[in-house]
Design a protein around this ligand. Sequence first.
Ligand code: MSP
Length: 527
Amino acid sequence: MTSNKQFYVTTPIYYVNDRPHIGHVYTTTIADVLARYHRLLGHDVFFLTGTDEHATKVVDAAAEQGVSPQEWADTCAGAFEDTFSRLNMTNDDFIRTSQDRHKTKTTQYVKALLASGDVYLGDYEGWYDAGQEEYITEGKAEEYDFKSPFNGKPLVRKTERNYFFKLSAYRQQLLDFYNQCDADGNPFVQPQARKKEILNRIAEAQDVPISRTGMGDWGIKIPGDDEHTIYVWIDALFNYLSTVDTDDRRGYWQSGAIHLIAKDILWFHAAIWPAVLTAIQKCEGYGWVNLPAGVYSHSFWISEGRKMSKSLGNFIDLEKIDYYVETFSLDALRYFLATRGPMGTTDSDFAESKFAEVYNSDLANTFGNSCSRVTNMIGKYFDGQLPASQDEGLPVQEAVQAALACMERLDISGYAEAALGLVRQVDSYIENTAPFRLAKDPKKLPEVGTILYNSAETLRIVSVLLWPLIPDACEKVWERMGLDYKAQMDANTGQGQLEAWVAWGLLKANTAIEKGDPLFPRYQVKK
Ligand code: MSP
């Protein structure tokens, strides 16, 4: 056990009826950036992703393939696991809802809720969106003209004998909870623009069905009733708790989970989940269960200006993802997703021309170029030995602090922008002081040395800041500067010392600085 601050970040668990695509890779990349950032800060991080396997569409897909749901789920979950590991995601676990560890805990949670009366048996009639596996309120159904807002298919009128969760009993507690979070300065839902809609819906929330029949053996049974299976959404939400509901992991839960999701599944995370947790908390043995620290609900990637769709041929699937990694590097993909992604309330366009432009401008022409320029001059004028600085260095701390403040509010683009601002500061410093000109006069070499030391030191600090986004390139910079940050992190369960490492003056004069190949070779846009 460590006494370091704990940090728990999750992604949605993905349905196994589909192959991984850019949307899944996006949320997982954002979570990975955050996880790496917090480890770099020295925090004890738990980063969770996984797959959601008990949906009816999994049963249908398996039947179509002529295999059992478990076989189908194994194949698809494997594809997600492989993809995330190939993309160097640093998740600490991968939960599959068909695993016993999840099923056992989930059964216990529902049992406790049955005992407390928060889950009860009743009848339900309503409009059902089969694609989303979700009931829609009368008002919403009307608003959508009785068609699914997601796939346009007609909503189905459905009556079911069901187990219900008493959501209506938690309206006030949820609203109070939202107010308390706001008062504490930690709004529960981000971006804030999405909050109002949720609050309106909470104010009218009815009890929600949490079971279904006809699933056969697939899914988790309602304890004591073999006819009913726990509704896939309730089953899925519990993954966040079940995975860390062990003696050595409960601290992560209690540190306040950060759930990263997209806008499509905000209701479940922003209303049902905290209500279920509030109910669980009162049950015997669950007094330790607190509410998550926050839900960040981003928007969607569209592609080449249009909604991604297989028929339009603009779907960013695994093959496309591999193409970007091979053509530009994994760092480049991470950087583009993390800095140009739909973290706010508008969708982002994944277009190759934009990708290439961002790659060239931020990575090749800014960070990469500045590193080459400085190390080249150290090679040329000082034989690859880092000269000493004769002054106090560059004022970088303000930008460093601005970057850290951005990441605290999950503003990853702002964070990257602050770091790149430092690189631009190095570029204009070099332009203004012109060491390449000064170097012609041997008497001015100490001055040249100062400029190059200050530049290299700033780039070192930038490489620490950018590591969560572009780890491969930053680790190369560290190697070339003779820094053992990676080894220190590896030796210390992945934890770094961000705050110590961004202090000025850590590079030692006379260190050998290796030039190396360009970190990000410029990309020639095809005509
Ligand atoms: N299984 C549920 C989630 C249960 S969480 C307790 C589910 N799965 S999903 O496979 O459909 O994944 C939805 C998530 O994938 C979104 O919330 C988002 O994180 C990601 N994305 C899917 N398509 C996306 C885009 N086009 N753009 C960005 N992210 C998207 O819902």
